[in-house]
Design a protein around this ligand. Structure first.
Ligand code: FAD
Length: 506
């Protein structure tokens, strides 16, 4: 029945088709990013703790765990080429770290340079203190800010008096912000703050799918200013722009988390690194045949597909071949169509190391965001070694410059050399970065960031409804209910729990 392919990693002895004492259910997890690793890890936990045993196999197409997350040592710099921190008020990532004995490894952001800058007419200007992504929690810093004109400030202040939206229909993030705070607040600050996180076009983003808490704030408190002030008072929020006190990262980089997860998973599961899954099909027996790029096919009672939506759609398409099972065929057809409708943007992170003495700007913040109306070639610049210690040697600074995204997709058509030259010129013009960097490298993330456009919540709800009707199949990943690392961990763990419950009851 089952043929074992030549694996790069095959840590556990698995006798294909053999029946183990407790007759474990065989589960394949496809994708070894945050979502897939969390799913595999949760299945192992449930297998150890519960009465139903699971025999887990993890397929990952690349040679390393972590997906878009990767930490590299470049000379004396500790460089993140993807995510570099995660939020702690969504507990999934912190909880997982605790369960893996990594709590002591987590460090908070530095206190010295907390705050953000935004480019205004070519010059970096400080984001008003207490600004909570799209809403000010403090009035005075906005009134004294150089970002907004007097008229813009007046319009923002009107938010305090505006009624809440009557109907509950979804709207774009841009529409919401302009309705509440006016166009200037959107163009000058909120578009780059939000665009920097999602590498998106807020004119298309669904508010309900990306930042539902602001919708809830309006519904509950009417005014976002009132709601933000209450929230800030409660949390004693201490940052501006992003709430920096809420972020953390492992001392030695984000890969520590994913390498540890992989080590734990590997002890209990079969791990197939460097092995892309090419097709999944549901057999008449109810099991799933999983074919990988080596051509080998293996059989599982359940699968968690933890891939970007377009990859998930591609491997699920072969399920559409059972002509005698019309309802399954129709469901998979609709699922793959809906998955393919989720758009992705591409971005590149240009990492570079510099002597501090080569930079005219004091870099007295965690980073800078660039509004689209400034017409620059970069989206944001993170002053990475200002955020966490140990990222750059003494007297040096590690910068991460973001280019591309949904607003400037043409940037990714350029060669690495061209991108490097562009970024070099922008760094010089915006921050006064002179001299030759210690290093500069382009890290591309093609189709890495899902765009939660208007209609996303309905699309995801329909996908979930259809998946519920297919026994043994679960989807996880950043395509559905949040792109942050904690969201992805939650997504993987929830998919694993649902599948485990389902298989335990059959
Ligand atoms: C540049 C960048 C910066 C970010 N910064 C932050 C940040 O600071 N904080 C934060 O919380 N979030 C951040 N994010 C978001 C967050 O990192 C991602 O949403 C999250 O890591 C995605 O995890 P995932 O497992 O869902 O997907 P992925 O990481 O994309 O993992 C999917 C995995 O599936 C594998 N795969 C693909 N096809 C196949 C196949 N056919 N068979 C087997 N394997 C396959 C891929 O190799 C990959 O390893 C950032 C994202 C990017 C791109």
């Amino acid at each position: 029945m089952t043929e074992k392919p030549a694996n790069k990693e095959y840590k556990r002895t698995h006798m294909p088709g053999s029946s183990v004492e407790s007759d474990p259910k065989r589960i394949a997890v496809i994708g070894g990013g945050a979502s897939g690793l969390a799913a595999a890890h949760r299945l192992i936990e449930l297998s150890i703790d519960g009465t139903t045993k699971f025999d887990v196999t993890l397929f990952e197409s690349s040679d390393a765990p972590g997906g878009v997350a990767a930490t590299r040592q470049i000379g004396d710099y500790l460089v993140e080429t993807g995510p570099d921190m995660f939020i702690t008020n969504q507990p999934a990532a912190v909880n997982l770290c605790q369960r893996m004995g990594l709590s002591d490894e987590l460090i908070p952001t530095e206190t010295e340079h907390r705050g953000s800058l935004v480019l205004r007419k070519g010059k970096p200007v400080r984001v008003p203190e207490g600004f909570m992504l799209i809403s000010p929690a403090r009035v005075w810093p906005v009134l004294t800010s150089r970002i907004f004109s007097p008229l813009g400030k007046l319009r923002m202040g009107l938010e305090y008096l505006l009624p809440r939206k009557k109907d509950q229909t979804d709207e774009t993030l841009a529409g919401f912000v302009k309705r509440r705070f006016g166009s200037e607040a959107f163009d000058r600050l909120i578009q780059p703050l939000v665009g920097g996180i999602y590498t998106s076009d807020p004119e298309k983003l669904s508010l309900q799918a990306t930042l539902p808490r602001f919708l809830e704030m309006e519904q509950k408190h009417r005014s976002l200013i009132i709601a933000s002030r209450k929230q800030a008072a409660a949390q004693e929020s201490d940052g501006s722009g992003a709430r920096y006190g809420l972020f953390t990262a492992p001392r030695n980089g984000i890969s520590v988390l994913f390498n540890r997860l992989m080590d734990v998973v590997r002890e209990q599961a079969v791990v197939r690194l460097g092995e892309a899954v090419t097709a999944v099909s549901k057999q008449k027996t109810g099991r799933f045949a999983v074919t990988s790029q080596s051509g080998a096919t293996d059989y599982f009672d359940g699968i968690v597909v933890a891939l970007p939506a377009f990859h998930a759609a591609k491997i699920l398409e072969p399920c559409i071949t059972h002509r005698d099972e019309t309802s399954l065929t129709e469901s998979i057809q609709e699922i793959t169509r809906l998955l393919n409708e989720i758009e992705y943007s591409s971005a590149a992170v240009v990492v570079s190391g510099h002597r501090l003495t080569d930079i005219e700007h004091p870099l007295d913040a965690f980073g800078l965001v660039v509004p689209a109306i400034e017409n620059r070639k970069v989206l944001a610049i993170s002053f990475t070694s200002r955020k966490f210690p140990g990222r750059a040697p003494e007297g040096r600074i590690l910068l991460r410059t973001f280019v591309g995204g949904a607003m400037q997709p043409e940037m990714l058509d350029q060669s690495d050399d061209e991108i490097t030259k562009t970024v070099h010129a922008e760094l010089k013009s915006i921050l006064g970065v002179n001299g030759e960097p210690d290093f500069i490298e382009v890290c591309r993330h093609e189709r890495s960031m899902p765009q939660y456009h208007l209609g996303h919540c309905e699309r995801v709800a329909r996908i979930r409804e259809l998946i519920e009707g297919i026994e043994g199949l679960e989807l996880a990943g950043n395509a559905f209910s949040g792109v942050g690392i904690p969201d992805c961990i939650s997504s993987g763990e929830s998919a694993a729990t649902r599948l485990a419950e389902q298989l335990a009851s059959t």
